[in-house]
Write a protein that binds this ligand. Structure first.
Ligand code: P6P
Length: 321
């Protein structure tokens, strides 16, 4: 039966319910509300990019030497967001985030997304993060993804969808532009145990190791059913992951001869997505190890990522063993 508007829960209402139930505390409620507000602002910027001349490159490059899009810079406003500094850190939570993942898609209006993860501070300092930040010790993110208290993403696509887990299942909230509110649209999402969709950038095929090539070749074998796997790849982790979460299958960004640890970042891409997928009954692996068991030793550490339906990830792991 169709719910009346009054029954439909807003994200704000849902968070307050979780707080009343003692699942999260007031501070985490505020942190999550702030993140959802930031995502609404990024959604507005992304959807108006072409008309507000915010497409194209900013002209600078990021810490990895990649061209920064204008929207990368705007979405990641750091001036007014103090980097947590050990001596003055006072909050109880650390937020790691990728403000606009897949931003190379912006100019073609293809899905992009923001990814975040929330930890309690660890008592260790990760490391000096570089000369210009030598006075700052980035407060403890050197902990495995299994310590995540919450993680989520906001996908900017044909609709704007905020997907969140606080450790009791995966929930999706769709932005209703009429109210400017995220409304609960899916509860306790479960990823299909298997799915015949694989999402890899096969342009790198020649750079992959032979075991992986064999895996991909076998997915294309029609087999007794006469139906091979389908390939779907939009070059945006959030969009490719969201489709995998709902339809099943596997997304992979392998290591290759060019990039010995693959391309994706453990801390603010692979671990948050792996927390979500495990909460939905799926798996996140680097090909051998559970992503959530890996402790980062460097903030921008890359790891290979294979994530999706349990049976599909386990099948991949067998090929790579
Ligand atoms: P490639 C976007 O740059 C990103 O970080 C992910 O969102 C996406 O899945 C991947 O890289 C695309 O990388 O090498 O296939 O263009």
């Amino acid at each position: 039966t169709k719910k009346s508007t009054f029954e439909i829960q807003t994200l704000t209402g849902w968070l307050l319910k979780q707080e009343q139930a003692g699942v999260i505390d007031a501070e985490l409620t505020i942190v999550l509300s702030s993140i959802s507000m930031a995502c609404k602002q990024i959604a507005s910027l992304v959807q108006r990019a072409s008309v507000s001349n915010l497409t194209g490159v900013q002209g600078a490059v990021n810490i990895q030497g990649e061209d920064q899009k204008k929207l990368d810079v705007v979405s990641n406003e750091e001036e007014d967001v103090p980097v947590a500094v050990e001596e003055s850190y006072s909050g109880n939570y650390i937020v790691v985030f990728d403000p606009l993942d897949g931003s190379s898609n912006i100019d073609a209006a293809v899905s992009t997304g923001s990814i975040f993860g929330i930890y309690s501070p660890n008592d260790e300092c990760l490391a000096d993060v570089g000369d210009d930040d030598s006075t700052r010790c980035v407060v403890s993110v050197c902990q495995p993804g299994s310590n995540l208290l919450a993680s989520g993403y906001c996908m900017y696509s044909s609709s704007v969808i905020f997907v969140l887990t606080i450790g009791n299942g995966v929930f999706a909230f769709s932005l209703d532009p009429m109210y400017g509110e995220f409304l609960l649209t899916q509860e306790k999402i479960q990823i299909p145990k298997a799915g015949k969709i694989y999402s890899f950038n096969e342009g790198n095929y020649q750079l992959w190791d032979d075991k992986l090539k064999k895996y991909i070749d076998d997915l294309k074998d029609p087999g007794p059913s006469g139906k091979p796997y389908s390939s779907r790849y939009i070059g945006s982790l959030v969009g490719d992951f969201h489709r995998t979460l709902l339809y099943g299958g596997i997304y992979g960004y392998p290591r290759d001869k060019k990039s010995k640890n693959g391309k994706l970042r453990l801390l603010y891409e692979c671990a948050p997505m792996s927390f979500i997928v495990e909460q939905a009954g799926g798996k996140g692996s680097d090909g051998q190890n559970r992503i959530l068991d890996i402790t980062p030793v460097e903030i921008h550490q890359r790891v290979p990522l294979y994530i999706g339906s349990q049976e599909e990830v386990e099948k991949l792991e067998k090929y790579l063993a």
